[in-house]
Design a protein around this ligand. Structure first.
Ligand SMILES: Cc1ncc(COP(=O)(O)O)c(C=O)c1O
Length: 382
């Protein structure tokens, strides 16, 4: 049987990984500045994380949400404290799209309305409601398209207010920092304005922190760079499990739970919670959120000096580098000659950096040197 061929592949076969390093089947070492789509938060095969999962696997790996699962409560307690949202509730699922799907559903249940607003450049996943709020017509199947879902221009508060006043809007969804869209940071005025509109009109504000959460940006959530923003729902995944499939939403206390309102077979299983706890424990023990803030600031400063780079955006270790040329050939040269993985974005001249948060400065420095060399050599393809 063949694999359904939907992924363009980098011609490398990693077989081993540790920290920010990968090794292929020929023994060649690679530096991981992309973390497999922002997933690797605490570093590949972190010993504490591995032990947490191993110990759990040897005890009980799974039972469904029809019995008491104390490790879920332990995880919720820990997550509430580290995220700064101890009064919120946690619902666990298995991926980012699923987290957004539940967030959208919950906002709709609570308001009794069906309309949603998202923004240009946004990416919220590939499932039915999440994809309908994603700004990429190519991945929206006819069965996903919805007339009451609207994608409005990024930063346009007036357009949001007009649409909300027309009625039937349950929620507004926005990324803490846009990832796939090319590392676009919402201005404090934009986020604060959305929060005000949401409050004034009884609309739910959903912060999609799937890519930008779990310390990635130097705060636990990216929206925490803006003072006094308290979303109604926060969606999470990716760095949450460091490779173990886990997602979830944090839900403000204004929502009332009832049996059957949301549900999942796999979400919140013992093994996933052990992986999740392993991640937050390492974030704390190694002070990785602060490390991300510090390393990111240092890296941004150095990148800004490189000829061929026209803009550097982002916070912490979620960085977008805009080049004066298309990024694809630069990225493939970084893989082939320098053995470094970086990420692409919807904007063709952007390199996306999402390394493990425990990457070392000398590793980032070797990337700076490599990028400088590639940009000095390669022709400008406008
Ligand atoms: C901001 C954001 N939301 C949601 C998703 C969907 O997550 P998943 O691929 O885990 O379904 C992604 C994935 O890239 C994302 O970047």
């Amino acid at each position: 049987m063949n694999l359904f061929d939907v992924y363009p592949l980098i011609p490398v076969t990693p077989v081993k990984a540790l920290g920010a390093k990968l090794w292929d089947d020929q023994g060649q070492e690679y530096l991981d500045l992309y973390g497999g789509h922002a997933v690797i938060s605490i570093g590949h095969t972190h010993p504490h994380y591995v032990k947490r999962i191993e110990d759990q696997l040897n005890t009980i790996a799974f039972y469904s949400n029809s019995v008491q699962i104390p490790i879920q409560k332990e995880y919720a307690e820990k997550l509430g404290n580290i995220s700064g949202y101890p009064e919120y509730s946690l619902f666990l699922c298995n991926s980012g799209a699923e987290a957004n799907e539940n967030a959208i559903k919950l906002a709709s249940f609570e308001t009794g309305k069906s309309g949603f607003i998202a923004f240009s450049g946004g990416f919220h996943g590939r499932t039915s409601a999440a994809v309908a709020l994603t700004d990429n017509p190519k991945i929206i199947a006819p069965c996903n398209a919805r007339e009451d879902f609207q994608i409005l221009p990024w930063g346009d508060l007036q357009a949001v207010e007009l649409r909300v006043k027309e009625g039937n809007i349950a929620g507004i969804i926005i990324e803490g920092i846009q990832g796939v869209g090319g590392i676009q940071v919402p201005s404090p005025e934009f986020l604060t304005g959305l929060a005000h509109i949401a409050k004034d009109f009884g609309v739910k504000l959903i912060l999609d922190e799937v890519q930008s959460g779990f310390g990635r940006t130097g705060k636990f959530f990216a929206h925490q760079w803006v003072k006094d923003i308290k979303p109604d729902i926060i969606s999470m995944a990716k760095g949450m499990g460091n490779g173990f499939p886990i997602g979830g939403i944090l839900i403000s206390p204004e929502f009332k739970a009832s049996y059957g309102l949301l549900g999942t077979t796999f979400g919140g299983n013992h093994l996933a919670c052990a992986a999740g706890l392993g991640v937050v424990e390492v974030l704390e023990q190694e002070d990785l959120i602060q490390k991300s803030a510090d390393l990111g600031a240092q890296l941004k400063e150095a990148l800004q000096e490189i000829p061929g780079i026209v803009e550097v955006r982002g916070h912490g270790l979620m960085i977008g580098i805009d080049l004066d040329r298309e990024a694809a050939s630069v990225r493939s040269e970084l893989v082939k000659k320098y053995h470094m993985f970086t990420g692409s974005a919807a904007t063709k001249n952007t390199i996306r950096l999402l390394p493990p948060l425990n990457i070392e400065w000398n590793q980032l420095n070797s990337f700076i040197t490599a990028l400088k060399e590639v940009l000095a050599q390669s022709p400008i393809l406008k």
